[in-house]
Design a protein around this ligand. Structure first.
Ligand code: ZN
Length: 317
């Protein structure tokens, strides 16, 4: 019987832009070059999204799919990405809605996943969103999250949760939480939501927990506890997809044996593998191993959030 919930978190996905490549350059002032010396590609073609959807369809994979609303500050989901006809961004969004919305929840992930936007002028501040967020309060976090949701809503996307770019809000989490609850209420009229921030690799017992609940709404924290091993394919076009899938499956089993709920993290750029096929091949093989095991049921994050309990004994992040 398929009774163990499992979810895949896809971070950094967005139309066309290879977010990591620009994040390195603009936020970390680092050359966008892989460890094996290849230039990082600037863009990810729409055909890659179709190939990702094919793999998810084959194994019924479900979870969360980020949509960075204004990726790297180079255009946005409403007006299109700089350097491309708007029709390419619209086509990407149509495919996402048509092929993923049955099994994946959508979330923003910051506004740019890069430098912070000055909401008044639209200019970029010289600080990354994650660093910026750590010293903010609800006075500034709420309008920032509202802007992110409004962009997705204007593009016809129902975003029922939040993904935190890098560790957005980890040092201002009480203010971040109340801002997320209020932003969902303001933009979508929703009183139940969830978010991904915590990466608990050393706590395989972790399960999602109710992080916030009052008359304004309920918010569940969904932590990741299976590490993104696809990332290796960014730096090594020859990394063995079967070996990566086997190690992902082993991590998943460790979480289950510890009593945790397996939440598997990946990133758009680690599945893209800088243009090599091994990232998606590893996802295909991981999907096969999970199906072959027979005990797992892929679920979207909002389904997992419904089952979450009050934090009596959840691991402290
Ligand atoms: Zn990210």
């Amino acid at each position: 019987m398929r009774h163990i919930p499992i979810a895949l978190l896809v971070d950094d996905s967005c139309p066309l832009v290879h977010v990591l490549r620009f994040h390195w350059e603009d936020v970390h002032h680092r050359e966008p070059v892989t460890k094996d010396g290849r230039r990082m590609l600037d863009y990810i073609p729409n055909s890659f999204l179709e190939a990702y959807c094919d793999v998810c369809d084959r194994w019924g994979i479900a979870g969360k799919f980020s949509i960075v609303p204004a990726p790297a500050g180079r255009g946005d989901v409403v007006n299109g990405i700089q350097g491309f006809p708007p029709s390419e961004t619209q086509a990407w969004l149509r495919t996402v809605k048509r092929r993923l919305s049955d099994r994946f929840d959508f979330t923003p992930e910051g506004i740019t996943h890069n430098l912070t936007v000055d909401l008044t002028t639209g200019a970029m501040l010289p600080i990354g969103e994650s660093d910026w967020s750590q010293t903010q309060t609800r006075d500034t976090l709420l309008p920032y999250l509202v802007r992110a949701l409004e962009l997705l809503k204007a593009a016809g996307i129902d975003a029922n949760g939040f993904t935190s770019p890098w560790v957005f809000g980890i040092k201002s989490e009480p203010e971040y939480m109340v801002s997320m609850v209020e932003a969902q209420r303001q933009v979508y009229g929703r009183d139940s939501s969830w978010y991904f921030l915590h990466m608990l690799w050393s706590q395989p017992t972790s399960r999602p927990w109710v992080a916030y609940q009052d008359e304004r709404g309920r918010l569940v924290s969904i932590p990741a506890n299976v590490r993104d091993l696809w990332w290796e394919t960014i730096d090594d076009a020859h990394a063995d997809p079967k070996d990566i899938a086997r190690r992902l499956y082993e991590q998943t089993l460790q979480v289950v044996e510890a009593g945790g709920l397996p939440v598997v993290l990946t990133h758009w750029q680690s599945l893209f593998s800088n243009g090599a096929p091994n990232g998606l091949q590893a996802l295909d093989e991981f999907g096969r191993l999970i199906a072959q095991d027979g005990r797992f049921a892929w679920q979207r994050c909002s389904e997992i959030a419904e089952m979450a309990e009050q934090p009596s004994n959840h691991p402290t992040p």
